[in-house]
Design a binder for this molecule. Structure first.
Ligand SMILES: *Cc1c(COP(=O)(O)O)cnc(C)c1O
Length: 230
């Protein structure tokens, strides 16, 4: 199947259930991303700031660029003017930096809080009690130039459907619990970014509102050597 056909097939599956497709275009060259664009895809996900910024400059301006990878505070400055949604906010320091640069460029930057749901230790994200503390402690008033729209999670790399279901269900449960509290200004719990190529069907069952799919659209990713092939 060609890129455009995969996009259309995925959207037919996702959209009736209120789920958006974020096409993960990291390491993919502009001409392959343009195939997805030609099929009507507008939301793309990148995990390196320089690459996202470069593609934003090179490509049509109605594309929404989503930052899905671990973000270092010193890269926020480049990202703040152009990003549609930062999925991977995983520390209070990052919240501070995003709000600071949002203020400088005069925009309220949309964000998700990344929550650690996988059994693996190395994956990034807040622990559940940290999220609850952050949203109930008054801390968010320090960050007026960002808006939190929901949660993001990455499941364990496993083929075990029961475990994946449990992890996604946990993230959804956290969102439901937060929704039942009085959330601070600039915080909603509308979005649940969960599900990748291998586990999106389970994430969808568990109420995902955004899936992040790369290889399932573009095939195997080219290696990331430098930005010259982009
Ligand atoms: C690369 C990546 C994806 C997409 O992975 P695929 O297996 O290619 O679908 C999704 N989310 C994040 C955070 C990623 O880094």
């Amino acid at each position: 199947m060609a890129i455009g056909e995969r996009i259309l097939a995925l959207r037919r599956e996702l959209e009736p259930r209120g789920c958006r497709l974020i096409a993960v275009s990291k390491t993919q060259p502009v001409e392959r991303i343009m195939e997805a664009y030609a099929a009507g895809q507008r939301g793309f996900g990148e995990n390196k700031v320089q690459e996202l910024v470069k593609k934003h400059e090179a490509m049509p301006k109605d594309i929404e660029w989503h930052m899905i990878g671990h973000l270092q505070t010193n890269k926020v400055k480049l990202l703040a003017p152009v990003v549609a949604l930062v999925h991977s906010v995983d520390s209070v320091g990052l919240l501070a930096e995003i709000s600071k640069h949002g203020e400088k460029v005069g925009r309220v930057v949309p964000c998700l809080l990344q929550v650690h749901i996988a059994a693996e230790k190395e994956k990034f994200g807040f622990e559940e009690p940290e999220v609850i503390d952050l949203l109930t402690s008054g801390t968010m008033t320090r960050f007026p130039f960002l808006r939190i729209e929901g949660l993001m999670g990455m499941a364990t790399r496993t083929q075990e459907p029961g475990q994946l279901q449990q992890e996604f269900r946990r993230l959804r449960g956290l969102r439901e619990a937060l929704r039942a509290t009085k959330l601070p200004d600039h915080v909603s719990m509308k979005e649940l970014s969960m599900g990748m190529s291998d586990d999106y069907a389970i994430a969808l069952e568990e109420g995902s509102t955004m899936v992040r799919i790369g290889t399932g659209i573009f095939g195997t990713r080219p290696p990331r050597d430098d930005l010259s092939n982009i």
